[in-house]
Design a protein around this ligand. Structure first.
Ligand SMILES: NC(=O)c1ccc[n+]([C@@H]2O[C@H](COP(=O)([O-])OP(=O)(O)OC[C@H]3O[C@@H](n4cnc5c(N)ncnc54)[C@H](OP(=O)(O)O)[C@@H]3O)[C@@H](O)[C@H]2O)c1
Ligand SMILES: *[C@@H]1O[C@H](CO)[C@@H](O)[C@H](O)[C@H]1NC(C)=O
Length: 318
């Protein structure tokens, strides 16, 4: 009995220690206000994106929720307006799984919004399936859609400098790789649609986010636009929704114990979007509100350049 009490107490102490010193995320310390600034956040009807949009709205920005579902996004617009007291929060339709939708979003945005100060490429999926143009879903949504979106909005970002592009990657980019011949023949970076392959496809797409940011920074030299990518932490969101019920049952205890909430999950995105003086670090990767080294493949400039050229061709930009 006494043994049991000691063990339980020990576990609780260990957990509290782990939670506060290992798991608890650093916070964005910037006090920057955003009156008169416009930001776009993709995939902001839920999860990390919604929490990010809320904080940007609290700081006074005009916030565009670029989301695919009108119903889900309009509910988020109301929540964010109510919680922030800022009425400059709007929905604009964007389905990253359709390059046509990306183009039409950009057209609407450029015709109706005079400014763009911060673009946050946040939306992401782990799931099987194909985009409208037949690309693997993770590659198409997480990378290709954001690649086209950023390029179409780049002129406006340049006009509004100093401005930023922030792309939410993941620690799992370290497990990613890019198989160009496979991409050319199957329009995807993996073959197969098992859960394991979906996770591999996700890792690959997150490596694309890192390489995209690296090459974008090169191309932005001499402009007042800087760009960053990041790992948000391990966060309780809807990202695992495509898992089967028994897979969800297995991960639920871990999620409850060790995953942080979305407010903590938005801190590194906010750091990259707001922190003063980050410009010399354009192209780099952040985690826990601090600069981090990326995996070896994420530092390969030739790979980054090749991915850029291939993506230009696949999106019809070249
Ligand atoms: N959660 C984590 O632990 C973790 C760790 C590392 C990195 N990340 C990254 O953090 C980012 C945000 O993810 P989250 O965890 O907040 O996941 P989430 O709760 O599932 O939110 C993902 C968002 O992306 C949107 N989205 C998905 N497909 C889209 C499409 N075709 N077009 C437009 N929007 C689309 C979703 O919209 P719908 O609601 O309409 O589907 C949703 O708003 C992702 O890039 C993810 O890779 C998360
Ligand atoms: C960048 O911003 C500075 C300061 O606002 C300005 O003087 C400079 O002309 C800008 N450069 C470009 C390329 O727009």
């Amino acid at each position: 009995m006494t043994m049991f009490v000691y063990l339980t107490a020990g576990f609780v102490l260990f957990y509290v220690f782990l939670y506060y010193f290992v798991l608890k995320a650093a916070r964005c310390c910037s006090q920057v206000k955003l009156q008169g600034k416009t930001v776009v956040v993709t995939g902001s009807n839920t999860g990390i994106g919604k929490s990010t949009a809320l904080e940007l709205a609290k700081r006074g920005a005009r916030v565009i929720l670029a989301c695919r579902s009108r119903k889900r996004a309009e509910a988020a617009v109301l929540d964010i307006r109510r919680e922030s007291g800022n009425n400059q929060v709007l929905f604009m339709q964007l389905d990253l799984a359709s390059l046509k939708s990306v183009r039409s979003f950009a057209e609407t945005f450029l015709n109706t919004e005079p400014r763009l100060d911060i673009l946050i490429n946040n939306a992401g999926v782990i799931a099987s399936g194909r985009t409208e143009e037949g690309f693997g879903l993770a590659f198409g949504v997480n990378h290709l859609g954001h690649f086209l979106l950023t390029n179409l909005l780049l002129e406006r970002l340049k006009q509004c400098g100093p401005s930023r592009v922030v792309t939410v990657s993941a620690l799992l980019h370290r497990c990613g790789n890019i198989n160009f011949p496979l991409l050319a023949s199957t329009k995807d970076l993996v073959s197969g649609e098992s859960t394991l392959q979906n996770i591999r496809a996700y890792c690959n797409s997150k490596l694309c986010n890192v390489l995209f940011t690296r090459e974008l920074a090169n191309q932005l030299q001499g402009t007042n636009v800087s760009c960053f990518c990041l790992h948000p932490g391990v966060i309780r969101t809807e990202i695992g929704r495509s898992l089967s019920w028994w897979q969800q049952l297995l991960v639920t205890p871990l999620v409850k114990l060790f995953f942080l909430d979305v407010e903590a999950g938005s801190q590194t995105t906010l750091h990259c979007a707001l922190q003063e003086g980050l410009e010399p670090l354009s192209g780099r990767y952040f985690s826990n509100c601090a600069l981090q080294q990326v995996g070896a493949r994420g530092r390969d400039d030739a790979l980054a350049k090749k991915l850029w050229e291939v993506s230009e061709r696949l999106t019809g930009l070249s």
